[in-house]
Ligand binder design. Structure first.
Ligand SMILES: [Zn+2]
Length: 144
């Protein structure tokens, strides 16, 4: 019909996925969320590993100090080296925690942005569940 923007039947799940894929950035909510969960759990287990290594490192450092005390021979260089190893682990933990924040922010961005499913004759993007073009006001009609 003239005066109408014809877009394919986007109510249907199958087509919706196809439309989103063709738009490029379109990712389904489910895949965004499951990807986020997967990446978050991977990072959290990496953080736990590093924290474990940190704990072991601190224990070794404590033993080292105690042994040095018993021998009354403090080796400052060794203590500094061992401490620096632990600082490096702390930095790795901080970096992984930043990545966690980034993953969450990216997922939110992907979920929050409306996904265009068609382009109107006027050049404006048409989004899911819209009845009229936001720019020129043409009626959006699913194809039958
Ligand atoms: Zn339009």
């Amino acid at each position: 019909m003239r005066g109408e923007v014809r877009v394919a039947r986007f109510e249907r799940d199958g087509f919706l996925r196809q439309a989103e894929a063709s738009v490029g950035r379109g990712v389904s909510t489910v895949s965004v969320k499951s990807k986020e969960i997967l990446e978050v759990s991977k990072l959290k287990s990496q953080i736990a590993d590093i924290q474990n290594r940190k704990k072991q490192g601190l224990e070794k450092l404590g033993n080292m100090v105690y042994t040095m005390h018993l021998r009354n021979a403090f080796d400052e260089v060794r203590l500094r080296t061992k401490s620096a190893d632990i600082v490096a682990l702390d930095e790795q933990i901080k970096q992984k925690e930043n990545e966690l924040g980034e993953i969450h922010a990216k997922a939110q961005e992907a979920l929050g942005k409306p996904k265009p499913i068609a382009i109107c004759g006027c050049g404006a993007e048409i989004y899911e569940r819209t009845k009229f073009c936001g720019k020129c006001g043409k009626k959006v009609e699913p194809l039958r």
